[in-house]
Structures are given as structure tokens and as C-alpha cells.
Design a protein around this ligand. Structure first.
Ligand code: NDP
Length: 288
């Protein structure tokens, strides 16, 4: 039997329509949510991601601005810009497009963002909040996965969730969010011995490794929910995930495709986090 496909594009469209009402509500009260994106260098993939983020902002009614720096800009130049944006009342969210050039110290740059404007949720303070189960901003990709599970009524509490990958932007926050919802969580890495013995026990399997089609049907528990975060380009130019979709869909209960799965959710959750940041400002003004 074939798995039910979790269609990220459709869910992203629904979420954006729901959240557009919140933007309209803010604008009525005189607050236009604002996002600033900083990009250093001319990495082609980053340039496309930034363009897509700006377009998505414009479609939902969020004001956005891009601050571009050449690849040999100094870290201080970027920090100065962030300082100004931290004080700028038009801007509710600040995002530094990663990766930064090698002469930058990622942590120093990210922790210079005001915590209440850290819409990527990567500031150490916000990471700590997530660890304690009191997330202030949930990192966009795992947040998108949680919304996809919710919209498909996939129960999490008491389920065994296996996350393959432990990056700071996907694997680790994903594991923490599933844990916060009551799942029993196992995290696997490149050092895990006998990976299949873990993945075969997963009710919910989230894969974020960047290794094309590494999860095959025999590594999946029949009926499991399989979320494929990976985006890989094959030699023929086509995109594929970390899961071998064709074989996996014959055994999984639910599965996300690539493209059209998690990808569209990531930018959507960035919009949501920016709207949340603006709503918090509005609430604070209301309390004065
Ligand atoms: P990283 O390279 O930072 O992390 C990859 C993780 O996978 C590491 O923890 C690594 O383990 C683990 N890993 C690698 N090979 C194996 C293996 N054979 N078995 C088990 N674990 C393995 O990648 P990211 O987390 O940033 O991204 C992962 C994928 O998700 C990429 O394809 C990326 O393009 C995609 N992505 C997609 C997004 C979306 O919006 N859909 C957003 C962000 C990322 P170790 O730590 O031991 O090295």
C-alpha cells in the first residue's frame, strides 16, 4: 500500500493564508511586520534563498530589506549593521543568511542579534530557551516539520521519534521539539553503528543528513511517518531527498516528497516568526 503524501506546498499555502490575517490585523493597528536579511558574499544558493524570502515577505504583506556585503567585508561591518537594525523600530526580525565566509565567527554574529528579533532562533539565548521547553522562536525548518505533523494529525506523544542528523539548525532543534511534545527521541549521526536498527524502530523518522537517498524501504517501520528534510542535487540536475522516496512510499504510512515537502515550510515559518515578533511589540505597546 502506498503512503499518504504530506504535501508541503499545500500546507505552506494554508499556513500563509491563515497568518496573512494576522499581518492584516497588525497593519490595521499601525504596525507593519518588518524583516531585515543580511547576506555576505555571492554564494548562488544563498542568493536564491534570500530572493525567495523577500518575495514571500512581499506576498504576505511583510516589509523587508536586504543588506548585502561583499565576500571580503569585515565582521565588524556586519556587526555595525546588526546593531543599527537592533535599534530600528521598523524591523522586527533579523536574519543572517548562512553560511558566512570563513573569516567570520558565526556565533559572534548571531549573538549580536537582539534576542527578540532573532527570527531564525539561532541565538544562544533562544537555543537555551528551546532546550528548557520554553521556545521563544522555534528554528524554521523543524518548526515547519512540527506544523506538517500537526496538520496531518500525526500523534507525537508516546511515539518513538528517530532524528537522523544532529546539526544545530535542523537535527538538534528537531529532536528538542519532538521531545517537548512527549515523543521518545533517538538522535542518530554519522557515527551511529547499525543505523537501520534505530530507523526501523521509528514511528516518526526525520532525516536531515544531506546524503541522497540514504534511507531505503528496508530501514523503515511499516506505517511510519517519514519526514525528509534533505535537499540534494543529482548528477542529472534533479533534486532528491535523503530518503529513497520511490521505495519508501511503499512501506511508510505518511511521507514527505522532495521537492514539495519540508522546503516550502521553512520560509513559511520564517514569515510566522517575523509576525510573532511584531505581535510581541504590539502587545508591549498595548501594555504601556
Ligand atoms: P549538516 O551537514 O550540518 O548535518 C548533517 C548531519 O547528518 C550531521 O549531524 C551528520 O552527522 C549526519 N550524517 C551525515 N551522514 C550520515 C550518515 N551516513 N548516517 C547518519 N547521519 C549522518 O546538514 P544540515 O542539517 O544543515 O542539512 C541536512 C540536509 O537538510 C541537507 O541536505 C540540507 O540541504 C537540507 N536542509 C533543508 C532545509 C529545508 O528547508 N528543506 C533546511 C535546512 C537544511 P555528524 O554530526 O556525525 O557529522
Amino acid at each position: 500500500m502506498s503512503a499518504q503524501i504530506i504535501d508541503g506546498k499545500t500546507i505552506a499555502g494554508q499556513v500563509r493564508a491563515e497568518w496573512k490575517l494576522r499581518v492584516d490585523n497588525l497593519i490595521e493597528k499601525g504596525i507593519t511586520p518588518g524583516l531585515a536579511v543580511l547576506i555576505v558574499g555571492d554564494d548562488p544558493a544563498s542568493t536564491i534563498y534570500v530572493r525567495n524570502k523577500i518575495k514571500a515577505c512581499s506576498n504576505i504583506g511583510i516589509y523587508s530589506e536586504v543588506h548585502r556585503f561583499s565576500g571580503n567585508a569585515s565582521q565588524d561591518e556586519v556587526l555595525d549593521c546588526i546593531k543599527k537594525l537592533n535599534r530600528n523600530e521598523k524591523i522586527h526580525g533579523i536574519l543572517v543568511q548562512l553560511p558566512l565566509p570563513l573569516h567570520f565567527k558565526n556565533d559572534q554574529v548571531i549573538t549580536s542579534i537582539a534576542t527578540e528579533k532573532d527570527v531564525d532562533g539561532f541565538h544562544l539565548y533562544n537555543v537555551g530557551a528551546l532546550v528548557t521547553g520554553n521556545a521563544i522562536f522555534s528554528p524554521c525548518t523543524p518548526y515547519g516539520v512540527m506544523v506538517m505533523l500537526e496538520k496531518n494529525n500525526v500523534s507525537i506523544e508516546g511515539q518513538h521519534a528517530v532524528v537522523v542528523g544532529r546539526s544545530n539548525i535542523v537535527g538538534k532543534p528537531m529532536a528538542l521539539m519532538l521531545l517537548a511534545q512527549g515523543a521518545t527521541v533517538t538522535v542518530c549521526t554519522s557515527k551511529t553503528k547499525n543505523l537501520a536498527s534505530f530507523t526501523r524502530n521509528a514511528d516518526i523518522l526525520v532525516v536531515a543528513t544531506g546524503r541522497a537517498k540514504m534511507i531505503t524501504a528496508e530501514m523503515i517501520k511499516p506505517g511510519a511517518t517519514v519526514i525528509d528534510v534533505g535537499i540534494n542535487r543529482l548528477p542529472d540536475g534533479k533534486l532528491c531527498g535523503d530518503v529513497d522516496f520511490e521505495s519508501a512510499k511503499e512501506i511508510a504510512g505518511y511521507i514527505t516528497p522532495v521537492p514539495g515537502g519540508v522546503g516550502p515550510m521553512t520560509i513559511t515559518m520564517l514569515l510566522c516568526n517575523t509576525i510573532i515578533a511584531a505581535e510581541r511589540v504590539q502587545t508591549n505597546i498595548g501594555q504601556v
